[in-house]
Design a protein around this ligand. Sequence first.
Ligand code: KE4
Length: 431
Amino acid sequence: MNISKSKELFAKAQNFIPGGVNSPVRAFRAVGGEPLFIKKADGAYLYDEDGNKFIELINSWGPMLLGHNNPMIREAVMEAMNDGTSFGAPTAREVEIAELIVSMVPSVEKVRMVNSGTEATMSAIRVARGYTGRDKFIKMEGHYHGHGDSFLIAAGSGAMTMGDPDSPGVTKGTAKDTLIAPYNNLEAIETLIAANPGEVAALILEPIPGNMGLCLPKEGYLEGLRDICTREGIVLIFDEVMTGFRLAKGGAQEVFGVTPDMTTLGKIIGGGMPVGAYGGKREIMEFVSPEGPVYQAGTLSGNPIAMAAGLAMLRYLNDHPEVYKELNHIGASLTDGIKSINQELGLDYTVNSMGSMYSLFFTDSSVFDFESAKTSDTGLFGKYFQAMLKRGVYLAPSQFESLFLSTALNDEVIDQILVAHKEAMVEVTGL
Ligand code: KE4
């Protein structure tokens, strides 16, 4: 495969951009080789600067639920552009998208738009601290909530991929207020609370974590967290930046019927433009400035172009709930196919999936938390990644990331992915 233009661009990029990329996981450090520079995307495909075409299963790390370059979203953006790109003043679209989010997400009675998932989670923790008057919060090992200082402790996603789950630069003063528990373990939560009586403001988690690879909650786990937080007056925050609007209109909280006190959102909410949001119970959100004392602001929050893209996406999802049946079918077709090929080859690798998200772990143990995810053979994953790439299938360049499917994956494309998967597994396992 000719990747000379990407190589040239990567060499140049490294002179001006740390690691040559604007987000670490894109650098392919965990899978070897050099990153491909993408020129365009359409439907289920990416096209790099050298004209190579790939079926892609990242979909911009989640936002492209309806495939790339969706005409409905493109037209909404082009139309909005005619009226200007940014006003720094309230607009009608912000009212409409807020009303739509409130109607779609069970826990959200009021919502604030921001520009990324990181901003959403940072703000949600600050509001929970302001609302409770407490300082500490609990996060799960291996969960990733963006790059806010207080989250970069035992963090997943790129931090885990790079081997820096505890980032330098986070002060001891900050880290002391972040309490860490293993996912899927209610006892550990009780222990942390008992050791910090009356000091825990919030508990934040990815209800279905994708940032250590995809893991699923054990029976009763989410319900247990809900009961503990209600009993202790702790603000339960579901970080649905990945799962929001993907697993259902109302995200994981709709699927599992567990309603948090606050929810953070991103990715799909912007239809591919930089948008995040945090929302929750009215009594909590009324603490947010200028209504309340907890300050949070943003020059480009509610940007009209981003809102146009987000509105087009959310209106479509709200009006076409059948899209979730389609996404679930696509996810099941692909993962059932992968599992049966692995079984045929006598390979016992773990596949965790839910709806249009899945991860193939190169371990034969079940994967349900940070420790079990780390039993995966990341070297073998890297070889599989490259073997799939050279067969025209572009995966997330990390064992510790979920894959994200789109409605653009029709049966023919799924068959192509499965053919590549079988060949790649034979190649990397030497079967
Ligand atoms: P952003 O700041 O990247 O928009 O969102 C941060 C974030 C918050 N919460 C969850 C559950 C997330 O998954 C993310 C970001 N996800 C990663 C992929 N695992 C973004 C990709 C990247 O870092 O380049």
